[in-house]
Structures are given as structure tokens and as C-alpha cells.
Write a protein that binds this ligand. Structure first.
Ligand code: ZN
Length: 274
């Protein structure tokens, strides 16, 4: 079905088994086109060293995970978040990332004011965008499933992400992760609305039934209930030509396996279930 030569490894998928250097080697060995590192793994390896290894391996960088986490309880916290996001933009540029993924943040500690949190997110993205446009580094809002609205991201639908893109203008797009948005009845229309210009990243995994953990029980493509071929066709009908970034947090299954097996299964499943 899908072309596995477009596979990209989000390093969270094997983060318990491999450091970033091993992920880079593994991607090259298994014929992946790209990689999407997390910042903690990037920091551990060193940004310059990682950038060189990734380049030498001939890999694209489908995104850097992640910036965002804008809302805070006071001005000091908000300023610190902006500073951290500028650093994230610089790191993304240093490794040649195609976008910086934004997990925008939820409620500040002790707050119940979701309206204010969403306003802080908008202001934080706007401020970061001023910087990112000069670099230039595209920013990709990742709408997260509403179960994360309190602690991870209060942008929960593709419609909200599209509205933010409309409001804040060029340089801002969307990282579309099937896990977070597959349930949305407005999905098809909102994918078309986003279009290839805004769709900066496409994250794959599957939704398991039952899901045993809200964060760490994502499924491998084909093991769950998401109609991945339909989803991919909708995304590619816009003209999207990016990589298939596989991002699976799986404490009890995929994180316990031989990472070379995980890499092989990813390739097989892209070919058979995506
Ligand atoms: Zn994702």
C-alpha cells in the first residue's frame, strides 16, 4: 500500500532501547528516509555531532520534537517558555529539520482557566513565530487528543489548529498525528482546509482497543482501529508529499522489543496497513 521508502523514525518509538546515535545508524541500516529526534536525546548526543551524523547518513529530518508548553502561571514562566522555544528553533535549524513540532501546553498549575490557557498559547506561538520566520524554521502545531487538554496541549482539534494558522499567518503549519485526531467527525474537511502548504508532518501509529495507558500504550500500525489508508489518501490528496513519521510510545510492548525488530515491523506495516 504505502511506500515504505518514505518511512521516518520518531525516536520516541525506540527511546528505551537506543540513544540517538543508534537511531541514526538504525534508520540508515533499515532504509528509512528520515528521522525525527526528541530534544532530550539530541541534547544527550550534542546538537553539532548529531547534525553531522544525520547529514552523513543521508537522512531527512521530518521534525524536531518539541517546542511549545507556552502557558505558565506568571510572567517569569511565560518568558522562560519563550526562551526555551527560541532555543528549540535554533536546534531544529542546526539539524536541518523540516519543522519544529509544537505541543502547545495545557493549564498552568492550579488553574482552571482554559480560555486563558488558549490565549497564552496563541500569544506564545505568535512571539515564537516572529523569531522562527527570521531563521527561517516552520512551526508545526500538533493538535493533541482532548484527554491531554489539562497537562499537554489545549489545542485539541485540527479545526483549532487551522484557526490559529489563519490568525497568525505564514511560517505556521500543522503536525497531523493520527493518534490525536482520528476520531474527529470534521477531519476530512479540516485536512482539505489545511492543504499541503500547512501540513508539515504526518505522524503514524494506531489506536488500540482497549487502550491501557493514556500516554504509553500506542499501537503499531495495523494493530488498532484507525483507517490508516483512508487517512493517508485524504492527506496525500492535498498534495502532501512528506514522510511517514512513526511515533509509538509503548511501555509494555514495543519499548521492550529488539529495536531492529521494531524497525523491520514498521517497514512491513507501512507496506501493508498504511
Ligand atoms: Zn505526534
Amino acid at each position: 500500500m504505502a511506500d515504505s521508502r518514505k518511512a521516518s523514525l520518531n525516536t520516541a518509538t525506540v527511546r528505551k532501547q537506543w540513544a540517538l546515535a543508534q537511531c541514526i545508524e538504525g534508520c540508515a541500516r533499515h532504509g528509512f528516509a528520515g528521522i525525527a529526534p526528541w530534544r532530550d536525546m539530541l541534547a544527550e548526543m550534542g546538537v553539532k555531532h548529531a547534525a553531522r551524523q544525520i547529514r552523513e547518513a543521508g537522512l531527512r529530518v521530518s521534525g524536531l520534537c518539541r517546542g511549545g508548553m507556552f502557558p505558565a502561571g506568571d510572567a517569569v514562566g511565560r518568558a522562560a517558555a519563550l526562551e526555551d522555544n527560541r532555543r528549540a528553533v535554533d536546534e531544529a535549524a542546526a539539524i536541518g529539520a523540516e519543522c519544529l513540532v509544537l505541543v502547545v501546553g495545557g493549564l498552568p498549575e492550579g488553574s482552571k482557566d482554559l480560555v486563558d490557557a488558549r490565549a497564552q498559547v496563541r500569544d506564545g506561538i505568535a512571539a515564537t513565530l516572529d523569531y522562527a520566520r527570521q531563521v527561517p524554521m516552520p512551526l508545526a502545531i500538533e493538535p493533541l487528543h482532548p484527554m491531554y487538554a489539562a497537562d499537554r496541549a489545549c489545542v485539541n482539534t485540527l479545526s483549532e489548529a487551522n484557526d490559529l494558522c489563519d490568525a497568525l499567518g505564514p511560517g505556521l503549519g500543522i503536525a497531523l498525528d493520527v493518534y490525536h485526531v482520528w476520531w474527529d467527525p470534521a477531519l476530512a474537511g479540516e485536512i482539505a482546509r489545511a492543504g499541503a502548504e500547512r501540513l508539515l508532518a504526518f505522524h503514524l501509529c494506531d489506536w488500540l482497543v482497549p487502550t491501557r495507558d493514556l500516554l504509553l500504550d500506542r499501537g503499531m500500525m495495523g494493530d488498532g482501529v484507525i483507517d490508516l489508508p483512508l487517512f493517508r489518501h485524504q492527506v496525500e490528496a492535498t498534495g502532501f508529499d512528506g514522510l511517514y513519521e512513526v511515533e509509538i510510545f509503548s511501555a509494555e510492548n514495543w519499548w521492550t522489543r529488539d529495536p531492529d525488530e521494531v524497525m523491520r515491523v514498521i517497514i512491513e506495516r507501512i507496506e501493508t496497513f498504511v
